[in-house]
Design a protein around this ligand. Structure first.
Ligand SMILES: NC(=O)c1ccc[n+]([C@@H]2O[C@H](COP(=O)([O-])OP(=O)(O)OC[C@H]3O[C@@H](n4cnc5c(N)ncnc54)[C@H](OP(=O)(O)O)[C@@H]3O)[C@@H](O)[C@H]2O)c1
Length: 271
């Protein structure tokens, strides 16, 4: 028996022009999915699309003529500011989404008493409210499709074909001084995930989250205390974006994964 793949699936990924989002897009393309790269900058999206189109799917998945036909991939870009509900509505007008990865995010480091109102608003809007809109709009489309495909109600089928993956952070559970608002936004994603794993799970739409620890990316390259942080990680290194993408691929493919909160931190959560 062949291992599961993402052949025939369409995956929308926000933050696809960033380090982790791009790694997830590339991995999903290798697994046979068509990827919809969502982001604010068309220029950056076009560059990312070119690299995604150059990514060839793993051939071991192609055994039958039917599978070869299904393996036609149509990668696309969508201009989307995750904070705007109207942009999400535009996404589902153009695409039927099987997998949504809410990966767009920003980080801020500030003591709460010094945090400016505008910065708090921007962080909560980008990291939490955006994912709420994404789950609401894309989740509704997934549920409608699931109901059409089943008995008209879709309840209790639990097929697990569609799924949403929220990229949270270890800081949701292991907050540090200066991370109050970021940690609150990422902890909010866990509440969202757990509630929707029940609300959407009844229709066979799975909702999961990844909690990455420190990952090599634009977000962590200029941390002033990089060496100090690394020394405390049991594996003594930051993770790679591809390692987060591997976790996303697992959650996308494993049809029993629902409310699966996957920590990927080199052991940081143990210390
Ligand atoms: N790196 C880490 O160590 C780490 C650890 C734990 C969790 N995470 C989480 O992982 C996710 C990806 O992080 P990363 O390291 O890959 O960061 P990154 O390289 O800075 O990428 C962030 C992405 O989010 C996009 N984005 C930000 N605001 C947006 C908005 N309003 N609408 C649409 N797109 C928006 C950015 O697009 P633009 O180019 O348009 O700004 C960019 O593509 C984030 O949610 C982050 O919190 C990261």
């Amino acid at each position: 028996m062949l291992p599961p793949s993402l052949v025939g699936k369409t995956a929308a990924i926000t933050g696809a022009t960033g380090s982790i989002g791009f790694a997830i897009a590339t991995r999903f393309a290798r697994e046979g999915a068509s990827v919809v790269l969502a982001g604010r900058s068309v220029q950056k999206l076009q560059n990312t699309l070119k690299q995604t189109q150059d990514t060839k799917p793993w051939q071991w998945q192609t055994t039958t003529v039917q599978q070869q036909q299904q393996q036609q991939q149509n990668h696309a870009i969508v201009e989307l500011d995750t904070r705007k509900l109207s942009d999400w509505k535009g996404l589902v007008e153009k695409h039927e989404i099987d997998i949504l990865v809410n990966c767009a995010g920003i980080s801020q480091h500030s003591l709460l008493v010094r945090a400016a109102e505008a910065d708090v608003d921007e962080l909560i809007d980008t990291n939490l409210r955006s994912a709420i809109w994404g789950c609401k709009v894309v989740g509704k489309q997934m549920i409608s499709r699931s109901r059409r495909a089943t008995d008209g109600k879709g309840k209790g089928k639990g097929e697990g074909g569609c799924c949403i993956i929220n990229v949270s952070s270890l800081l949701a559970q292991r907050a540090v001084v200066g991370s109050a608002v970021y940690s609150a936004s990422k902890a909010g994603l866990l509440g969202l995930t757990t509630a929707l794993s029940q609300e959407f799970g009844h229709y066979g739409v799975r909702v999961n989250a990844i909690l990455p620890g420190y990952i090599e990316s634009g977000m962590t390259s200029d941390l002033p205390d990089r060496d100090e942080i690394m020394a405390k990680i049991p594996l003594k290194r930051f993770g790679e974006p591809d390692e987060v993408a591997d976790a996303a691929a697992f959650l996308a493919k494993n049809t029993y994964a629902n409310n699966c909160i996957l920590t990927l931190d080199g052991g940081s959560s143990a210390v």
